[in-house]
Write a protein that binds this ligand. Structure first.
Ligand code: ATP
Length: 373
């Protein structure tokens, strides 16, 4: 029996998670997969009622799960950042989910912003999730002499930075430190190359800006080269600006992209746009030897919450990613095929795709295709 912690969260989160659960129930029953679900009422409602964002005891309970399925966090009644940082980022950090996996696929029948709508986009996008310019090290210093002590504490390492600045002829300066470690780069590269092997992909494209940020992305490249040799799969290096250009002009050229945190953050949203919008995009925050978390890319979308308009596909595909990661690839493939068939028909589209199909009707159609398999 595998255990799944479910965090429906805020806004459209509970609406799309309800639909993902319907699909999961159907496929696990037909395939005799034993999953046990426990819901955790985290999010704005819980915070406003109790003043608590994420209790230590809840973290402990979640750490005994095999996976977490999450809807969305964020609510206009709560100051931006409290729930996103307090729940989402805390979970990612606590469980050391160092891989952000965002498959970018343009399914037939989905309107894409590209002029040629019949592109065959199918990219495994692997974003490093814990380092780079998102380590939160920085400061603002005023003119004159100042010393700032910063520390980066991770499970696997600890780094202290004492930054002395002597600022002349300027009133104020702000700096931010980016960090790539050998440990961090090696593990993300290993994940990327293993994923390539699993999917029969023979080329990994590494994204960086090594011509300008030579130290950080020099180390990144070394790790990529070593992983390429270790796993026996070819690699290529591309600058982030070139990748952005090619993703729009010639997205078929990429099969698997591995990117540092900041560039990955930006490019994966470009990917979500190419695949038809936020409502369709799934994601996973993975620690291959820990608790991974699966969530649609979209946020809580308060403007459409409670209206039955939300597209459930991102959440449904995230639950398929979860099944795949839990070792149920056939079940995951069945869900993806059912989603593909519904989208290909073009008859059922939620409002974000320019249609009128409701959240639950969209799932009904997916369930029909699942039943026919
Ligand atoms: P956050 O800041 O919480 O990450 P965001 O800035 O990514 O959120 P979202 O809340 O995800 O923004 O969505 C932006 C807009 O896209 C929403 O206001 C909504 O109109 C639309 N949208 C997002 N997700 C969906 C969905 N699943 N179905 C339909 N429309 C959606």
């Amino acid at each position: 029996m595998q255990k799944v912690g479910v965090i429906p969260g805020d806004g459209i989160g509970p609406e799309v998670i309800k639909e993902a659960r319907r699909v999961l129930d159907s496929v696990t029953e037909s395939k005799s997969i034993a999953l046990e679900f426990e819901e955790f009422p985290l999010g704005a409602g819980h915070y406003l009622k109790t003043g608590e964002v994420l209790a230590e005891e809840t973290l402990q309970r979640l750490s005994r799960k095999d996976a977490i399925l999450l809807g969305a966090m964020g609510d206009p009644r709560v100051k931006p950042g409290i729930l996103e940082k307090g729940v989402l980022l805390r979970l990612r950090f606590h469980f050391d989910q160092y891989v952000n996996l965002r498959p970018v696929k343009l399914y037939e029948g989905v309107p894409s912003p590209l002029a040629d709508n019949h592109r065959k986009i199918d990219i495994q996008f692997v974003r490093e999730n814990t380092e780079d310019f998102y380590v939160g090290l920085g400061a603002r210093v005023k003119s004159g002499i100042s010393n700032t002590s910063l520390s980066l504490i991770r499970r696997a390492y600890e780094a202290k930075f004492d930054v002395g600045v002597d600022l002349k002829d300027e009133q104020e300066l702000a700096f931010q430190i980016g960090v790539i470690t050998k440990h961090g780069a090696k593990r993300i590269m290993d994940f990327a190359f293993q994923l390539a092997k699993k999917n029969g992909i023979d080329l990994v494209t590494s994204v960086d800006k090594a011509n300008v940020l030579t130290e950080m992305y020099g180390l990144w490249r070394e790790a990529c080269e070593e992983a390429s040799a270790r796993h026996g799969i070819a690699k290529e290096f591309q600058y982030v600006d070139a990748v952005a250009l090619h993703m729009v002009r010639d997205p078929e050229r990429f099969k698997l992209l591995v990117a540092p945190n900041l560039f990955g953050d930006i490019l994966t949203d470009l990917g979500a746009a190419l695949q038809g919008g936020l409502g369709l995009a799934p994601s996973a925050n993975i620690n291959p030897s820990g608790v991974s978390m699966f969530e649609p890319v979209h946020g809580s979308a308060p403007d459409i919450a409670g209206k039955g308009m939300a597209n459930p596909v991102g959440a449904i595909l995230s639950s398929a990613l979860m099944l795949d990661t839990l070792g149920h690839k056939a079940a995951a493939d069945e869900i993806e095929s059912a989603v593909k068939e519904v989208l290909r028909s073009g008859k059922h589209r939620t409002a974000d795709m320019g249609g009128k199909t409701s959240t639950s009707k969209m799932t009904d159609e997916i369930l029909k295709h699942l039943a026919h398999r």
